[in-house]
Design a protein around this ligand. Structure first.
Ligand code: SAJ
Length: 436
């Protein structure tokens, strides 16, 4: 008998399973991908997140974590089940196919009295409309035959295991008893506060959290555009404004990527007519963040006009620092725009093998050697000590460096490097004043 079964050991489920196993809970992870199951049982992570591999290995070595492809066998031998499958957003709609099929398989096998927690992000009302009816098949009832809670995940990839343990969580439940069961289960591994909510409010709160972040970043990106136009440095101005105790502006960048912030605002808007005033800030923020790649490429245009065939190096294809995940990466539209201009694009990322159709260099110097322009798109720590002066020695004219993440130092005075920093209007080409 297992204490907990985690259905779906992907970006959310694997850290979840590891966290329980690390706390001494006998955990079985289930996945439909045989390769993932095999890797986990060998003590390896199929995800490139730093440190996760070591955690999987020690969880498996301790005998507390196993993986299987057999959902029925795992669920029917577990006291609790956590569902953590993906709910992808495709062509303007959330796809609940993985969730429905996971629920069906769980419904076919769970034991009487099982605690069932859903961690996946879903549009509001999904638990009541979709999940519960499947779990209540064959006349069973929530609160009697099984105990359900919606506990949306809050882990940021790159730091997932630590965040699973330490972050505060919402526990959406239909009754005090179901809340208490979910609380007791989560308490085995989670140290953060557990706040009770209704299931509907927990669903909405999850979407609101990620939408809020998307909106805050859109404001920072808007400031980048204002700083560029106004000749001031938006990053420095944000730093100054943030010294006010009630101001906390985020950082501008080449766009918002990843599977969550690019999707959850649309889930929040689901069912709201496009022309409705409700949600207008949310829609605007999405548009601002989705168009940032054009701002980034415009920085090259401000500095030089490259001929077709010129080599351009792009550093960073992951969607954010310290992860190897390229899903919805802001680097993708930048690379595609450069390829559209028939430039010879070479990418390099120490964690991510995605190229978005460009060439891939296996070392940073290989990427930069012979390039006329260099784009820094992800603030990986591996890029934090880059010396523009040294990079430029590998480059050829016109030696344009576009820094979309604001981590590169200024070139030495008199250097032949042209630096353009996103949001830093002091690095733009001097505009001729009117009348001259
Ligand atoms: N970004 C900026 N500027 C910033 C911060 C981030 O441009 O100041 C960009 C990143 O580079 C990246 C994107 O935003 O492209 C998203 O990165 P992120 O670190 O903000 O978030 P995710 O998508 O990795 O994780 C988010 C988290 N949600 C919140 O912080 C509210 C995480 O806690 C959630 O669990 C996760 O979504 C999820 O799975 O829902």
């Amino acid at each position: 008998m297992h204490e907990v079964c985690v259905v779906g050991i992907g970006y959310v489920g694997l850290p979840t399973a590891c966290a329980f196993a690390k706390s001494g809970v006998d955990t079985i992870g289930v996945d439909v991908r045989p390769k993932v199951v095999a890797l986990v049982n060998e003590g390896k992570s199929h995800l490139t997140e730093a440190g996760l591999g070591t955690e999987v290995k020690s969880a498996v070595d301790s005998g507390k974590l196993h993986a299987t492809g057999d959902v029925g066998a795992a669920v029917s031998t577990s006291a609790a089940v956590i569902i953590a499958v993906q709910t992808p957003f495709e062509r303007g709609k959330v796809k609940l196919g993985f969730l429905k099929s996971a629920c069906r398989e769980v419904a076919a096998a769970y034991l009487p009295g099982t605690t069932i927690i859903l961690e996946s992000t879903v549009p509001t009302g999904t638990c009541k409309r979709v999940v519960i009816p499947i779990l209540e098949s064959e006349g069973r009832k929530e609160g009697k035959d099984f105990f359900f809670a919606y506990c949306p995940e809050r882990i940021a990839p790159g730091n997932s295991l630590r965040e699973f343990v330490s972050n505060d969580r919402l526990v959406g439940a239909f009754s005090e008893e179901s809340f208490a069961k979910a609380e007791a289960l989560l308490r085995r591994a989670v140290k953060g506060n557990l706040t009770r909510a209704t299931v509907l409010n927990a669903e909405a709160a999850k979407l609101v959290e990620n939408t809020a972040r998307d909106v805050y970043i859109a404001f920072a990106n808007d400031l980048a555009k204002l700083g560029w136009a106004g000749g001031w440095d938006a990053r420095e101005v944000i730093r100054l404004a943030n010294t006010h105790p009630r101001v906390k502006i985020l950082s501008p960048g080449p766009g918002v990527g990843g599977p969550c912030l690019t999707k959850d605002p649309y889930l929040l808007l689901e069912g709201v007519p496009a022309k409705s005033h409700a949600g207008s800030t949310v829609r605007t923020a999405r548009k601002v963040n989705d168009a940032m790649h054009l701002e980034v490429v415009a920085l090259l245009d401000d500095a030089a006009k490259l001929k077709a065939g010129a080599k351009v190096a792009v550093l960073g294809t992951a969607y954010k620092p310290e992860v190897g995940d390229p899903r919805s990466s802001p680097s993708e539209p930048v690379v595609k725009e450069l390829l559209k201009r028939k430039l010879d694009v070479t990418v390099f990322d120490p964690y991510c093998a995605e190229t978005f159709g460009a060439k891939m260099a296996s070392t940073l110097p290989d990427a930069v050697r012979g390039a006329s322009c260099l784009f820094l798109l992800v603030a990986h720590r591996a890029f934090s000590s880059l010396d523009v002066q040294e990079l430029a020695k590998l480059m050829v004219g016109p030696r344009v460096v576009v820094d979309a993440v604001g981590t590169l130092g200024a070139p030495e005075p008199g250097s032949d490097i042209t630096l353009r920093r996103l949001g830093d209007g002091s690095t733009r080409k001097p505009r001729r004043s009117r009348g001259k």
